[in-house]
Design a protein around this ligand. Structure first.
Ligand SMILES: O=C(O)CCC(=O)C(=O)O
Ligand SMILES: [Fe+2]
Length: 323
């Protein structure tokens, strides 16, 4: 039976988003990935300690406090060490990323894919536009000396169709957002504008935090915050305007955002590897090996290292709307 009811699907079509409470299993899906990130943090703390960038490895602290301390004391947000994608520029042979088996287990979770199937059908491609986001309390986030601002903060107002290349404009791309720990309003949960998907693709402007839809293009007064508990999953239409709130709390805000689209449609980030997560017609295409998945990202890194940056979006700050 599909985990998405007809009423829920009707709500999504009407509103452009859907919150499904308790979809992901804590023990089978979330706990293993939380534990795996503990080992990634062990490795980073070891490296920074050996390099003299931190005074202690802070092994006794729980994950959230430890990462806040380690990133804070080293003066750098080491987000790329944890992310399961590559950066959008300056990829080097040793650019870090983490595509571990527990992450793959999340991306291919049968219950999650059952839900995704309700939106896009049974031929499911895991789109490489994907992130783990670990946002420290803003008051403890290292500052970028060049800008005087924190190195990682809110995500500005955007549509996910706006942050991929034009090739994906006809792709039936679904965004899947969830938090590994509770994400409250104070911690900087996601916020969405209901019904905004009805506007189609809006103009985005490059700004310091990334691409943003200017307020004169889309008023944000109808925005609704989407706090989540572990297991809750928020589904977004590719034209739904969303942003994240600032983390005003004393704890990290820890989330995943994934994309899926029907097999054969452009991912919008063609330089990065996706994979077939489910296929009724060609089950032999389905990737089941996490090591092979990691290897695809290693190969992409090798291919892109030192090359001119691929183009990741279509927007120019010189457009009159961005003035
Ligand atoms: O989690 C965030 O801060 C932003 C995530 C986002 O924009 C997305 O999932 O598409
Ligand atoms: Fe987004």
């Amino acid at each position: 039976m599909s985990p998405i009811t007809d009423e829920q699907m009707a709500f999504f079509k009407d509103q452009g988003y859907l919150m499904v409470r308790g979809l992901l299993d804590q023990e089978e899906v979330l706990d293993p990935v939380i534990e795996e990130y503990g080992t990634v943090l062990d490795q980073l703390a070891e490296e920074l300690f050996l390099a003299g960038k931190i005074e202690s490895k802070y092994e006794d602290l729980p994950f959230g406090e430890r990462i806040t301390k380690v990133w804070g004391e080293s003066g750098k947000v080491h987000a790329q060490c944890f992310d399961f994608t590559l950066p959008q520029g300056n990829i080097k042979e040793d650019t870090p990323f983490w595509c571990g088996p527990a992450v793959f287990n999340v991306l291919t979770d049968p219950r999650l894919l059952d839900a995704v199937e309700a939106f896009i059908g049974p031929e499911i491609y895991s789109n490489p536009v994907q992130h783990v986001r670990i946002k420290l309390p803003e008051h403890l986030t290292p500052i970028n000396p060049a800008t005087g601002r924190i190195q990682l903060g809110i995500s500005p107002w955007h549509q996910d169709n706006g942050v991929v290349t034009k090739e994906a404009d006809d792709t039936h791309m679904l965004t899947v957002w969830f938090s590994l720990r509770e994400a409250t309003i104070e911690q900087g949960c996601l916020t969405v504008i209901p019904e905004s998907h009805r506007d189609g693709l809006l103009h985005h402007c490059p700004d310091i935090w990334g691409l943003e839809i200017p307020e004169k293009v889309k008023d944000r007064s109808a925005a609704v915050p989407m706090p989540t508990k572990p297991g809750d999953v928020l589904f977004l239409h590719k034209h739904t305007c969303h942003s994240s709130l600032p983390n005003k709390s004393n704890e990290i805000r820890w989330s995943y955002d994934l994309r899926y689209n029907p097999i054969g449609q452009a991912s919008g980030r063609g330089a990065f590897p996706g994979f077939v997560a489910r296929s009724r017609t060609n089950p032999e295409w389905v990737l089941t090996d996490p090591v092979a998945w990691n290897q695809m990202w290693l190969d992409a890194r090798d291919a892109l290292a030192g090359m001119p940056n691929p183009s990741f979006n279509r927007w120019s700050k010189d457009h009159e709307i961005c003035a």
